[in-house]
Structure formats: C-alpha cells, structure tokens
Design a protein around this ligand. Structure first.
Ligand code: FES
Length: 245
C-alpha cells in the first residue's frame, strides 16, 4: 500500500523527533547491540520498509560487499539513501545539525556492527544519485582520510561513514542524515524504520520537484512501501562521476 506524504513539508514538524527510546532500544536489541550502546538516542520514525533486491528477496547484511555503496529509496520513494558495510564495527558519535541540534549517530548493525545507512542527499546543495548520473559516492580514503569517504563532487564535501557521516572537508554545513536500520539477527535481514539528524526532504522536494516528477512520476513524495529495492550505486546510476581525492 502506498501512502502519500500529503504533508511532506509540514511533515517534519508533525513527526518531530519523537522519541521512542524504547523503540530504538528494540532496534538495538534486535541488532545485537546492547541498549547501553544506544543511550538516549531519539529518532524520527517513518513507515518500516524491508530492504530487498530487485527480485524481492530480502537483503542479508553478510551479502553486502565491504565498502561498496548500495542505494535504496527511503523514507520516500524519491529520496535515495546509501547502505554501506565497512570492515570494522561502527560506534555511535555525538554530532550536531546545522541548526545546532545535538544528536547521537547510530552504531553499526549486523553481525559485525558495521552496517550503516545515510541519506544520499548532500547536505550542501543537495546533489543526489539519479538514475542517469551520480556526483556523490563512496571511495577509499587517502592520506589522513578515514578508510572510506562519502564524497560529493559538486563542491567537494566529504563525509566519514564510520563517524555518523560527519563532515570532514568541504562546505557541507552538517552531517548526512542517518537512516535508522533494524537488523534481525535470525534472518540477517535489514529494515529501515526512521531517520536521525538533519534530514532535508522538504527542501529537496521543493528544489527538485520538476526533475523528480520527470524521473519518477508522482510517486517521489510517497512514503516507501513495506519493501524498498536496494542495489549497488554503480547499477542504480548509469554513470558515476568519480571525484579526485
Ligand atoms: S552539493 Fe555536495 S558539495 Fe555541494
């Protein structure tokens, strides 16, 4: 069933950082993380959506290639997010939005606590992966950079996926918003259940309304269904614009 976000712009206020420490704790427990590792983290719940491949089969975290960026749409059908598995466990980090709101990013989920997800909408001028091309992606870090870097070629903003996608260089004023993942340790399946941090969906829909309509039709502002397709960025976008390190 599709749910249209009829109040998408006002949606942010309507759903306001709700918190469900209990709900998040449940996600943490199912991910194998102790609730103490989560602390008093708040997140904004959206409709739960199971990550599946193009055949409708659930994605298993162990099948994700390390440091290979995957893309799925969440929480809306026109808002892309990165799914990333790193080689090492990812811990929570205290971060701050452009408006000065402090929040705890999420630790990784999965057997190695190394799987995370972030909005793929750059926090600077909102470049994002489209079916035709992507100017934002994941590359190996060089020099003093972390082992993997989310890099937007638009104006050279760089984010560290191992630190809640905090900004490590460039003009982006805040980290990428986290997508809250729930991991089922029995099946190894992944489910997106909300967002955390400085999401930009209202401004995104205002800026790209016409282009999103062309690319996706009227569904862009619909909330995701009970499943959302996840695939490698290199197959989500026909062309990847690599950024020089
Ligand atoms: S849009 Fe990404 S750095 Fe400017």
């Amino acid at each position: 069933m599709q749910h249209e976000s009829q109040t998408c712009p006002a949606d942010d206020q309507r759903r306001t950082l709700i918190h469900s420490v209990g709900c998040l704790a449940a996600a943490a427990v199912s991910s194998g993380l102790g609730s103490a590792a989560i602390g008093k983290v708040s997140f904004k719940p959206y409709d739960s959506s199971l990550l599946v491949n193009e055949f409708g089969d659930p994605i298993r975290s162990k099948d994700l290639a390390i440091a290979e960026p995957y893309v799925f749409n969440y929480p809306f059908q026109g808002t892309p997010a990165f799914l990333i598995r790193l080689a090492s466990p990812i811990v929570s980090k205290t971060l701050r939005t452009e408006q000065g709101q402090s929040y705890q990013s999420l630790a990784g989920v999965g057997p190695n606590q190394s799987v995370v997800a972030f909005s793929a909408i750059c926090a600077h001028k909102m470049m994002y992966p489209t079916p035709n091309i992507s100017f934002i992606g994941l590359r190996k870090g060089v020099g003093r950079e972390p082992s993997a870097v989310i890099h937007c070629c638009g104006d050279d903003s760089r984010y560290d996926p191992a630190q809640g996608a905090q900004v490590i260089a460039g003009p982006a004023p805040q980290p990428l918003a986290c997508v809250v993942l729930q991991h089922d340790p029995k099946t190894d399946h992944l489910r997106a259940v909300g967002t955390l941090g400085g999401e930009m969906f209202k401004a995104f829909f205002e800026k790209y309304q016409f282009k999103l309509q062309l690319d996706n039709g009227p569904k862009s502002k619909h909330l995701c269904d009970s499943t959302t397709v996840c695939k490698e960025l290199k197959r989500y976008s026909r062309q990847l614009q690599g950024c020089p390190a």
